[in-house]
Design a protein around this ligand. Structure first.
Ligand code: OSB
Ligand code: MG
Length: 375
């Protein structure tokens, strides 16, 4: 019998630090430009942050939910409720979370915060705690819906100049095939993909087949946010690989989607699937089934952005993710240093223990709209 090492072996049985103090801090940061998708247009990042204190160490984590349930069912309000009333009182890693159904974003906030805290206390970078060697991380950018094709082309031009590893453009009904054609005509060799955030149905199959003409890397979440089965029907009909985002809430959904051939790629958002450990398990499962995986983003502040960067050292993250420069979203972030691309379009893991980024207290104070001490 071959013993397959567990992707989370390095983390099993870790003693948990005793928490001296826990705070939830909501910050609101303006985006440099509105971010448009088929479901909503966001003008700000309103992020629920968790601050953990233990034996003189302070660790931060970020909940990836939005204030609204337009992308996902969890919100900053539900995450606060679940963290405060159910997860935090249980007091250990992962096992206790099994009693709480769903609410992966809330779970990830605590799990990632504890792992960051442990890494800080051990004096090692988070990726090392995860059992993974350092590497340079592939970049990718998600370009929101634009008001005109000229604006879209200008944004793609900028991304190409920066040497992003791939470009994703948002599409929606009525703003799709012709907009992709405009980009493809101008950039014939660009690694390009689209994200529909669930805007289509199987009745649109003929239209979706038109995307096959553009040599796209993949089409992300063409059908309903809650569907897996209909994607398996559509995938049979498309040359272009389907990537699932919204439909994947954890390992079980990923395994189901792969078994049904509902997709050839999975977007792993560590928050949406319940944290770093579940993300590593999904990525390893994808790798052993010939399915590509990449790290999605939720236009995070520097805290969540750093978590996504460390995660991408794990086995199975085979494609560039939605990991873009801080300046793509914010003029001034709450953490330093900001994410920047090297001249080759790759990203260096921030050095030092934990996440490797410093949360700047004055910027937190400047951006905080709510502060609640939990213990
Ligand atoms: O569908 O991947 C998505 C942002 C917010 C909600 C959903 C999505 C996105 C993005 C941006 O595409 C990813 C990023 O740049 O962080
Ligand atoms: Mg998506």
């Amino acid at each position: 019998m071959t013993i397959v090492p567990s992707p989370t072996a390095a983390l099993e049985g870790l003693p948990l630090p005793k928490l001296d103090r826990v705070d939830l801090v909501t910050v609101k940061l303006p985006f440099v430009a509105p971010f448009g998708t088929s479901v909503y247009t966001w003008t700000h990042k309103e992020a629920l942050l968790m601050r953990l204190e233990s034996a003189g160490f302070t660790a931060w984590s970020e909940c990836v939910s939005d204030p609204d349930p337009f992308y996902f069912y969890e919100t900053n309000g539900t995450a606060r409720h679940i963290i405060k009333d159910f997860l935090l009182p249980l007091g250990e890693l992962e096992g206790r979370f099994r009693h709480v159904r769903g609410h992966g974003m809330a779970k990830a906030t605590i799990e990632n915060g504890l792992l960051n805290l442990i890494a800080l206390q051990k004096g090692v970078p988070l990726h090392e705690l995860l059992g993974r060697p350092a590497k340079r991380i592939m970049s990718g950018i998600s370009i929101g819906l634009k008001g005109s094709q000229a604006e879209l082309l200008a944004a793609v031009e900028h991304a190409v100049a920066k040497k992003y590893g791939r470009v994703k453009m948002k599409v929606k009904k009525g703003q799709d095939v012709e907009w992709v054609r405009a980009v493809r005509d101008r950039f014939p060799d660009l690694p390009l993909m689209v994200d529909a955030n669930g805007d289509y149905t199987l009745a649109d199959a003929a239209l979706l087949r038109k995307f096959d003409a553009f040599g796209l890397m993949m089409i992300e979440q063409p059908l309903s946010h809650s569907d897996i089965y209909e994607h398996s029907i559509l995938q049979k009909d498309l040359k272009t690989a389907i990537c699932l985002d919204e439909s994947i809430h954890g390992f079980g959904d990923a395994a189901t989607a792969i078994a049904l051939n509902a997709c050839r790629v999975i977007n792993i958002k560590q928050g949406r699937v319940g944290g770093l450990m579940e993300s590593m398990r999904i990525a390893a499962h994808c790798a052993s089934h010939g399915i590509d995986a990449w790290s999605g983003g939720m236009d995070e502040t520097g805290i969540g952005r750093a978590v996504n960067i460390h995660l991408q050292t794990a086995a199975g993250f085979t494609l560039p993710g939605d990991t873009s420069e801080t300046s793509n979203y914010f003029d001034e972030d709450i953490a330093d240093p900001p994410v920047v691309l090297g001249p080759d379009g790759f990203i260096d893991i921030p050095g030092g223990p934990g996440l490797g980024v410093r949360v700047v207290p004055e910027r937190i104070l400047k951006r905080a709209v709510r502060w609640e001490r939990l213990c």
